[in-house]
Design a protein around this ligand. Structure first.
Ligand SMILES: CCCCCCCCCC/C=C\CC(=O)SCCNC(=O)CCNC(=O)[C@H](O)C(C)(C)COP(=O)(O)OP(=O)(O)OC[C@H]1O[C@@H](n2cnc3c(N)ncnc32)[C@H](O)[C@@H]1OP(=O)(O)O
Length: 281
């Protein structure tokens, strides 16, 4: 009951304090009463994860870790897109120095989110392909609004999701389901995602999704925070360590992959398809 009241207060726009507007592409709002932080991505039109958005996400996660928030809810300011995943323009005809910085920042941001010491939840208020799905599956709980899609569609782009994308996916889905979905590059509708367990709940609006995420975070209210966070970290330690140990090799594989002419050709065609779709409407 206490948890429900807390979450209602949060969602009803109860007393909220904007504690950070420093980052250009993210905001952090901490509710004074509940202590839960809402981290909002705000890079129109589709929250494409470029270097700057990834930097802002990392610094917002650090801020939430540092200000003793009781939990983190990740969401988007767009009414239809949670995140379109990696900004393809970071990988298409890239400047290699920037590309290096981009991938290193993606690694850094993932380590911070997946390894966060506070309870994390994603209020998925729009489409969430590829890198968007990575962010959502790196959280501990997912609530999604109907009529959107989520999944790792990398193979559809002729790309291979790195091991750590798979780790986050596998922390949510059974191996058989995860393997098939990744091989197919399958995008799940909200309803399908609920059925397979890729999301935990559905909600009719962003506000309700945030309320349900807050209720999840509220379930830890009476649990010793240090014991909870160390337990979470033990569960995730092997996945985190695997990337920490292999960061350099992972970066080199990425740079090699994006420098392949066949991949560049495929990305060009994919981007063209996205733009043609816009013109048709
Ligand atoms: C062994 C290990 C080897 C290691 C190698 C590593 C290799 C890399 C692995 C990682 C690879 C990929 C991860 C990714 O995240 S790639 C990105 C995947 N994302 C997508 O496929 C989503 C594409 N977008 C969409 O499907 C739709 O845009 C949408 C999200 C459903 C939204 O639809 P909408 O109708 O609302 O908007 P739309 O008109 O399509 O888009 C508006 C403008 O935004 C542009 N855009 C959309 N998505 C992206 C994107 N991801 N990156 C860049 N730009 C994007 C779109 O082109 C429109 O632009 P404009 O207005 O026409 O200029």
């Amino acid at each position: 009951m206490l948890h429900t009241n807390l979450s209602r207060l949060l969602a009803s726009g109860g007393p909220k304090r904007l504690i950070s507007t420093v980052n250009k592409l993210t905001t952090v709002e901490v509710n004074d009463k509940t202590g839960i932080a809402i981290l909002t991505m705000n890079r129109p039109p589709v929250n494409g994860l470029n270097l700057e958005l990834l930097q802002d996400l990392k610094s917002s996660i650090d801020e939430i870790e540092g200000n003793k928030s009781r939990g983190l809810i990740l969401t988007s300011s767009s009414p239809t897109i949670f995140s379109a995943g990696l900004d393809i323009l970071e990988m298409y005809k890239p400047d290699m120095d920037r590309c290096r910085a981009f991938w290193s920042q993606l690694q850094e941001t993932w380590l911070a989110l997946y390894g966060s010491s506070v309870p994390t939840a994603a209020a998925i208020n729009g489409h969430s392909p590829a890198g968007g799905c990575l962010l959502a599956t790196s959280c501990e709980y997912r609530v999604m609004v109907p009529k959107f899609t989520i999944g790792l569609n990398e193979t559809q782009l002729g790309m291979i999701a790195p091991q750590w994308f798979m780790s986050a996916f596998l922390s949510v889905l059974p191996q058989r389901e995860a393997e098939r979905a990744l091989n197919q590059g399958r995008m799940f509708t909200t309803e399908e995602a609920l059925r397979v367990g890729l999301i935990d709940e559905t909600a009719n609006s962003k506000e309700e999704a945030i309320e349900k995420c807050a209720a999840f975070i509220g379930t830890f209210a009476k649990v010793n925070p240090l014991a909870r966070s160390l337990t979470k970290q033990q569960f995730r330690a092997a996945d985190l360590q695997q990337l920490k140990n292999g960061r350099k090799e992972d970066l080199e594989k990425f740079l090699f992959t994006v420098s392949q002419p066949a991949l560049q050709k495929g990305l060009g065609i994919y981007l063209e398809g996205l733009k043609k779709k816009v013109k048709k409407q």
